[in-house]
Design a protein around this ligand. Structure first.
Ligand SMILES: [Zn+2]
Length: 834
């Protein structure tokens, strides 16, 4: 029987065929020998039909495991001598699949990691590499010597054809790696490399990592911990010119190796002490081998720069040659901060080297930030220009705004941020401008009133001041406390939200509610200027302390405020706010009950405003009543004690507290499936229907903390979702602790009052447009054809006069002055300074 038996292989890289040393099969796969054209071909059984067609003649079959060990003749004979060393055999590889190709895989260990590892596994420590570092063939393959691999493909294919070893040749399109710098095709190629044997101590690295405090926690526990647990030996050498030379010399004759640990050692060995440690100097240094008389020559590689990053704690101090004591005192570092991408970079190289050298972590705390992406979610790219120029952001919004935006973003939680300058603009609007306006408010009125540092010192002590002052001072101290705790835990993302929240408390509540205290003319009030001075002293203390808390977040604006409010008035003060210590908390100024009460008040006002907004009720339209529905005594006390403030904020005539929701709201309930589902199972439907049918009084019982029996089950408040349906003429908004009900009935009287307030607002606009001083008195002439509006103005003439400083309010028979709209009516208004 005369036939040749072939192993059929498939490759997209013919240039790797001269480097072939083995063919791999899968142990579990079935293989078939197919007779075709007078020859026989081994392929995977599952590939027979695709390759040879449905009527292929299978003459033998075998499991992959039976084929392993069989020898073959390689496609090219350049390295045929390696047969003696075990080459050109069938080996096993788990990576072999039968989805494509032939199920037999050509192995060129110099050009593929899988190939290399499979040969090692098979006990074949062999490698041939007839391609140089430029990708050109060497003289070892004379037919293509000097040719680039891609050019060589065609020649090699022709040679295969001529020797009858080409079964089929076709063109396919597939993806291929290219160099991102030079845009030229890349090849995989084995090169000799130096490794750190990380796998030997990776379990210890995992243990050491558990002693490090990571922020956020999950990065260290999961992402980094998993990476360490699966760490592979670390390739630390690079075949480049510039870099730190690997300090290893090898004999050119025998196996002798020396790792040189210092210049002293090098000098002792070679008699030379170079002052330049770059390759072109160090590579010239040689000495005689102590074992054989050969020449000791440095290995050509340099260190990967990541090895140097990992050596930072020692390298920066030139340890152990210098600064031993200093190193020991400062190692491990208290904290490092870097981006999430460094889990495979710096964080990793630091812990590898510190574990190997000192059996310690290199850092105690690690703060990890996420990456900032372009607005489109892609990486920021200079070539795509998909992000705004930072210097334009600085010019437009200021560096502080950008900084505050970034440190209040998901980046601080190691999450990605899509950068948009709208977010920066938002910081200007909600943080910088309110802070600046508060500072400006303080200085404007302090200057107008001639308030001096002595005046501020003469103000009542904080505990004697009005409640509003005590409240903001307490809030400030609590903030300092909170920021300190979070900072000490490295939780920067928990620092900024309360800090920025304080600006809201300061500007939208304290200053806004206290304005009149600052406006009041000096010496005017009966009780002297105590209240006014308390307000100024409080705002001064708050501003000057708050900027100390805020300085790391907004370094420039706080410095400006510091220079103007502190440094200018105190020659002893440090020259910069950034030279000051972080403030200490004064626990005596903290009043938790007051903070709680004020939080309640602000929440009532917020709910009330939401109600007005949702009902499209203008702020100037007075309403009869806001009812706070609560059974909580502390809420009731807070609301009752501040009813006037709430009434003013919400423009209602009356604020009342009611423990009984029943008068304003009908309560009903729905089943809470999350609470009941797991215990009730199939009975859920029946019980849910019974809950939905509960009467108002039953739901009240639940809200008050009782239990009710439905369908044979005892249920409590946690088992239901309470729904409130307001009675007609009332709207309700519920917060977590209580609900607010607003009486929306607008009586004629309320409507008239609302109209009068609109008129006041129009007149204030006219005053502003006319450039009048706040204290200028005016005479007012008004005219309207609308009797309803006229009636409102006449009824509230005294109020309008008082609010607009009009000494006379006169109805004109003719249109006069400026025309204005109030609702659907037209009114003419004319003002003259008296
Ligand atoms: Zn030697």
């Amino acid at each position: 029987m005369l036939f040749r038996s072939y192993l059929l292989i498939w490759t997209t890289t013919p240039w790797t065929l001269p480097g072939n040393l083995a063919v791999a099969v899968g142990l579990e796969h079935q293989y078939a020998r197919v007779a075709s054209g007078g020859d026989h071909y081994w392929v995977a059984g599952e590939r027979v039909e695709d390759i040879f067609g449905g009527d292929a003649l299978v003459v033998a079959t075998a499991a992959g495991s039976e084929l392993v060990g069989a020898g073959y003749e390689p496609p090219f004979a350049h390295f045929a001598s390696l047969r003696e060393k075990g080459a050109f055999r069938i080996i096993a590889s788990d990576e072999v699949t039968v989805d494509e190709g032939t199920g037999l895989v050509h192995m060129a260990p110099a050009y593929g990691e899988v190939d290399f590892l499979a040969l090692q596994e098979a006990g074949m420590d062999l490698l041939v590499d007839p391609v140089d570092s430029r990708g050109d063939f060497t003289h070892e393959v004379p037919e293509v010597a000097g040719m680039n691999i891609k050019e060589a493909d065609a020649v090699l294919i022709r040679l295969l054809k001529e020797s009858g070893k080409l079964v089929k040749h076709e063109r396919i399109t597939h993806s291929y790696p290219f160099c991102y710098r030079t845009d030229t095709p890349l090849i995989y190629k084995a090169i000799p490399t130096w490794f750190v044997a990380v796998e030997r101590f990776r379990n210890r690295m995992v243990e050491i990592n558990e002693t490090i405090h990571w922020v956020p926690d999950h990065v260290g526990k999961r992402r980094f911990g998993n990476w360490l647990a699966n760490a592979r030996d670390w390739a630390i050498s690079r075949n480049r010119y510039w870099g730190s030379c690997i300090p290893v010399w090898e004999c050119d004759e025998c196996e002798e190796q020396v790792a040189v640990g210092s210049l002293d050692e090098l000098e002792a060995l070679s008699g030379q002490r170079p002052d330049d440690l770059h390759k072109h100097v160090v590579d010239e240094i040689t000495w005689d081998c102590s074992s054989c008389g050969g020449v000791m020559v440095r290995v050509p590689e340099v260190l990967d720069c990541w090895f140097e990053s990992g050596s930072m704690p020692y390298g920066k101090l030139h340890y152990p040659f210098e600064n031993k004591a200093r190193f020991e005192a400062t190692f491990p570092a208290q904290f490092i901060a870097e981006g999430l991408d460094q889990t495979r970079g710096w964080f990793y190289t630091l812990i590898v080297l510190s574990t190997a050298l000192f059996d310690q972590p290199a850092f105690e705390n690690c703060v990890v930030n996420g990456l900032i992406l372009a607005e489109d979610g892609r990486k920021m790219s200079k070539s795509l220009k998909n992000y705004p120029d930072p210097s334009v952001i600085f010019d437009e919004y200021g560096a502080d705004a950008l900084r505050a935006f970034l440190i209040n973003s998901p980046v601080l939680r190691a999450e990605p941020l899509r950068f948009s300058k709208d977010g920066v603009a938002e910081v200007v609007r909600t943080v910088l401008l309110p802070l600046w306006n508060t500072y400006s408010f303080f200085t404007t009125y302090a200057e107008a009133d001639g308030i001096t540092m002595d005046d501020l010192a003469a103000a009542a002590s904080p505990e004697e001041r009005p409640e509003m002052d005590r409240w903001i001072l307490s809030m400030l101290q609590s903030l300092i406390n909170e920021v300190k705790v979070q900072m000490e835990g490295y939780y920067l993302y928990n620092v900024v939200p309360p800090t920025l929240g304080f600006i809201d408390h300061l500007t939208n509540w304290y200053v806004r509610r206290s304005r009149r205290r600052f406006w009041r003319t000096r010496g005017e009030s009966g009780e002297g200027d105590a209240d006014k001075l308390a307000a100024f002293a409080t705002l001064y203390e708050v501003l000057t302390t708050f900027i100390e808390v805020l300085a790391p977040v907004l370094p420039f604006i706080t410095e400006h405020l510091y220079q103007d409010l502190v440094a200018r008035n105190d020659p002893e003060a440090p020259v910069s706010i950034h030279h000051r210590d972080f403030p200490f908390t004064d626990p005596d100024l903290i009043d938790a009950d007051l903070e709680g009460a004020m939080a309640t008040i602000r929440e009532v006002v917020r709910l009330g405003r939401n109600l007005r907004k949702s009902q499209r009720l203008r702020v100037r339209q007075p309403l009869a009543r806001l009812t706070v529905l609560t059974g909580d005594g502390r809420v009731a006390d807070a609301v009752n004690a501040h009813a006037a403030v709430i009434a003013e904020e919400l423009n209602v005539k009356e604020v009342v507290v009611s423990p009984d929701e029943g008068k304003l709201v009908r309560l009903s309930a729905k089943a809470n499936f999350r609470s009941l589902g797991p215990t009730l199972g199939r009975r859920m439907g029946e019980v849910a229907a019974a809950i939905a049918a509960l009467e108002h009084d039953d739901v009240v019982k639940l809200v008050e903390g009782g239990t009710v029996e439905v369908a044979g089950e005892g249920i409590g408040l946690e088992d239901v979702v309470v729904e409130r349906t307001p009675i007609e003429g009332t709207v309700v908004e519920a917060g977590p602790a209580f609900a607010c009900a607003l009486d929306t009935t607008i009586t004629d009287e309320l409507r008239m009052e609302g109209l009068a307030r609109e008129i006041v607002s129009r007149i204030q606009n006219l005053r502003r447009e006319a450039g009048l001083e706040v204290s200028d008195r005016i005479r007012l002439l008004w005219h309207t054809e609308d009797e309803d509006l006229a009636e409102a103005i006449e009824a509230h003439q005294a109020h309008i006069g008082a609010e607009t400083l009009a000494t006379e309010v006169t109805r004109s028979l003719q249109p006069t002055g400026q025309k204005a709209q109030v609702d659907h009516s037209t009114v003419w208004l004319e003002i003259r300074r008296v």
